[in-house]
Ligand binder design. Structure first.
Ligand code: FEO
Length: 203
């Protein structure tokens, strides 16, 4: 009884348990390096959305309505990618940091330059995703690793369609074939995606 009274009246010799509990509450379990990389990629995805919007507007201005529609859809998709990363941080009690987004490239010499720009952007996104994954692996952050599996798969698809676009535009060597490609670009990309999914389902 005497001992208990001493502990209550003398904070210097109070048991350490409440302190440990406070520390656990103050520091989220997600490692700092992973927070930094997910935040960086979150902002990179927002930047991609911004860039696809600029690509869409340029195509529309060139009367390439099919490409404009495709890039507009990509802008929305990039936004959902950013949201997925932000939600992961929020789910783990970390507030995502929305940073400034640089002005995107908004004029192009040709459609080929525009689709090559999209392809380079997707390659950069893949590199960014890989950095997040490698960081999560390095510090054994399993939830972030599982999240990044989804993004790694997604980038296979993103790089595939962006490469196909470049190849198709390179193959459209006259105004007529370019106009034809513009009219059918969405259907052609969707057909390829469906064929891939069917093939994956048969494996
Ligand atoms: Fe979110 Fe197209 O990468």
């Amino acid at each position: 009884m005497i001992c208990l009274t001493l502990l209550i009246e003398h904070p210097d010799i109070a048991p350490p348990l409440p302190i440990m509990y406070t520390q656990a509450m103050a520091h989220p379990k997600i490692p700092a390096k992973v927070i930094t990389e997910i935040n960086r990629q979150y902002n990179q995805e927002l930047g991609s959305a911004h860039s696809y919007r600029a690509l869409s507007l340029w195509c529309e201005d060139q009367n390439l309505k099919g490409f404009a529609c495709h890039f507009d859809r990509q802008a929305a998709e990039e936004y959902t990618h950013a949201k997925k990363l932000g939600s992961h941080l929020l789910d783990r009690s970390v507030l995502p940091e929305t940073g400034p987004i640089p002005a995107p490239k908004h004029t192009f010499k040709s459609l080929l330059e525009a689709v090559q720009h999209a392809q380079a952007m997707e390659q950069a996104n893949t590199q960014g995703i890989n950095v997040v994954y490698e960081t999560a692996l390095g510090v054994k952050d399993y939830p972030a690793q599982v999240l990044m599996h989804w993004f790694i798969n997604e980038q296979v698809e993103e790089e595939r369609w962006s490469t196909e676009l470049v190849e198709r535009v390179q193959g459209a060597t006259c105004a007529g074939s370019l106009s034809d490609l513009d009219r059918h670009v969405e259907r052609l990309l969707a057909e390829r995606l469906l064929a891939d999914e069917k093939e994956a389902g048969q494996e």
